[in-house]
Design a binder for this molecule. Structure first.
Ligand code: G6P
Length: 367
């Protein structure tokens, strides 16, 4: 049947509110409730002996893949290469047979991602796809499909499918780590607990609506916005910048916070707001010192942090959004929600066509 907006102003707003539900549904599919262990479907290859993974995707799904790379490298000690599909399909990377091709797509139909899948297939790699539409072309051409249980996503700009992709990639990283002997049972318990805790922590993000709307009042006046993050927060910043461009038509650029001094610092003045994702992780101090550098040059700081980082952030930020503090591992999943909400609130202030932004398509089936 047709899907309504359930009283929300736009599909995007409705889908943003589905983050907690979708993360929970995806976890139900991947975590055994009794043993609290990650249980993936049977795979026709062994994650223990995969020499390398190649991740490829487009748009938001690519940023999910970048976070997946941090996890697979860090937890599972698996070497990872990653590129956007429109480049990967022409790159011809040297790959040992038996490597893993990891494709990520909401629709399962994106032309470049499908072409990249086929070019990886020619190299005799195993094809594992993380897909929301489980009866799609990519699903048919994959050796294994890990489904994101996000339900239909109507808004052209992806929201809930992205956190569902992250949830699947987190579970895959845990499973790969267990198979490769790089994560013991206590370590797995800690990561799984952090994941299972996420739906309720995600629901708490919506109490931050007023602070996000105050940030939106500043961003809507800007012509350019700089997004910053370090480590797994860098792809979160990229996702935030992409969302802002897509639905508000305001130029935004994401930078790894530590790289800012090698270029974009010259852009900073009062007219270029800086949106930073800075929860209290091991990289918090480093991120904060980058933000101080920006502030010293007249930058206005709009900072997403958490309860453990709030005191120190409040000393320098003009506006801040405080989320619950969670395990570092899942922090990028939680921190994605408010950066997407910020783009949405700016679009509402600008009065753009939020669900159908100009020039964009939900699924790009041409090269
Ligand atoms: C389009 C959409 C994006 C999406 C990208 C990849 O550009 O506007 O929101 O991230 O395609 O789509 P996919 O279906 O492959 O995830």
């Amino acid at each position: 049947g047709s899907i309504g907006k359930d009283g929300y102003r736009h599909y995007m707003e409705k889908e943003l509110h589905e983050h907690p539900l979708v993360i929970g549904q995806t976890l139900q599919r991947m975590v055994d409730p009794a043993s609290r262990r990650v249980m993936l479907p049977e795979m026709p290859f062994d994650l223990a002996s995969v020499p390398r993974a190649v991740i490829t995707a487009c748009g938001s799904a690519f940023y999910a893949g970048m976070i997946g790379r941090y996890w697979l490298e860090d937890i599972a000690r698996l070497p990872v290469d990653i590129d956007v599909a429109s480049e990967m399909r022409y790159r011809n990377p040297p790959l040992t047979a038996g490597s893993l091709g990891l494709l990520i797509s909401q629709s399962g139909e994106t032309a470049d991602t499908l072409a990249a899948l086929r070019s990886l297939r020619e190299k005799a790699v195993h094809i594992l796809s993380v897909l929301n539409v489980e009866h799609s072309t990519m699903a048919r051409e994959s050796d294994v499909v890990l489904g994101t249980v996000a339900g239909p996503e109507i808004s052209v700009a992806s929201t809930k499918a992205f956190t569902a992709q992250l949830t699947v990639l987190a579970c895959l990283s845990i499973a790969a780590a267990r198979a490769r002997g790089t994560l013991d049972e206590a370590g797995e318990d800690a990561l799984v607990s952090a994941l299972l805790d996420l739906p309720s922590r995600a629901a708490e993000v919506f109490t931050q609506g007023p602070a996000i709307r105050r940030m939106a009042q500043i961003v809507v006046e800007a012509r350019d916005v700089l997004y910053l993050g370090r480590g797994s927060m860098f792809p979160v910043a990229m996702e935030g910048a992409l969302k802002l461009k897509e639905i508000t038509y305001i130029h935004a650029e994401a930078y790894a916070a530590g790289e800012m001094k090698h270029g974009p610092i010259s852009l900073i003045d009062r007219t270029v707001p800086i949106v930073a994702s800075a929860p209290y992780t091991p990289l918090f101090d480093k991120t904060l010192s980058n933000l101080q550098e920006a502030k010293a040059r007249g930058g206005r700081l709009l900072v997403f942090t958490d309860t453990k980082g709030a005191d120190r952030v409040s000393a320098i930020a003009e506006e801040m959004v405080v989320l619950p503090h969670v395990h570092d591992f899942v922090a990028p999943i939680l921190q994605t929600i408010p950066v997407q909400m910020l783009a949405y609130e700016v679009a509402v202030l600008k009065g753009t066509d939020v669900d159908q932004p100009r020039n964009l398509a939900k699924s790009v089936t041409v090269e």
